[in-house]
Write a protein that binds this ligand. Structure first.
Ligand code: PNS
Length: 169
């Protein structure tokens, strides 16, 4: 199935990108020619990220080096303004579990209220990734656990550089 849109936005903090995000990006590539990965400078004013926005963008670019359909762009300010600036009407968000729903539904309706031309599409990741989150990956890596199964190679390298080698030996 393809959308009648050439480009979609997939926004997030990506601190760092996980295989759950990767799964959604690859699914979104089946719907549109270009997936613009919008890397929020800071998701909320109170949230400090482990990786700077430049680091997060560079990491995601490395992961999709061979994938011309993926464009990685940092943004600050409102997501809907970013989407407008990219001429994209469709915003993709991953939904892992019911627990994501309330926040995501609230954000979706606020975004559509701010920008009635926008549509928000929720996509379900592979069931292997429903427990995965960037914050858990950061916590496990920082405590010396092995995060190899959860992140793409370049992200694993960055986590090891940041926190030391993870538990795989
Ligand atoms: O990966 P995250 O942290 O769940 O992503 C949240 C993100 C970045 C998509 C959200 O915080 C966002 O859209 N931030 C941009 C500012 C904005 O538009 N806020 C109003 C949202 S209704």
């Amino acid at each position: 199935m393809r959308l009648n849109e050439s480009r979609v936005i997939y926004p997030g903090s990506f601190d760092p990108l996980t295989l759950g995000h990767d799964d959604i990006i690859r699914r979104a590539l089946r719907l549109a020619d270009t997936v613009i990965v919008g890397v929020a400078e800071t998701a909320t004013q109170s949230k400090r990220t482990a990786f700077s926005v430049e680091e997060r963008v560079a990491l995601i670019e490395r992961v999709y080096n061979d994938e011309p359909g993926v464009e990685v762009v940092a943004f600050s300010g409102l997501l809907v303004d970013f989407a407008r600036s990219k001429n994209a009407r469709v915003i993709i968000r991953g939904l892992r579990a019911v627990s994501d729903f309330e926040y995501e539904f609230q954000m979706a309706l606020m975004n559509r209220s701010l920008s009635p031309e926008s549509e928000i599409i929720f996509m379900a990741p592979d069931s292997n990734y429903t427990f995965l989150s960037s914050s858990l990956v950061r916590e496990v890596a920082s405590l010396g656990g092995d995060v190899t199964p959860y992140v793409p190679g370049p992200v694993l390298e960055a986590l090891e550089a940041r926190y030391g080698r993870t538990g795989s030996g």
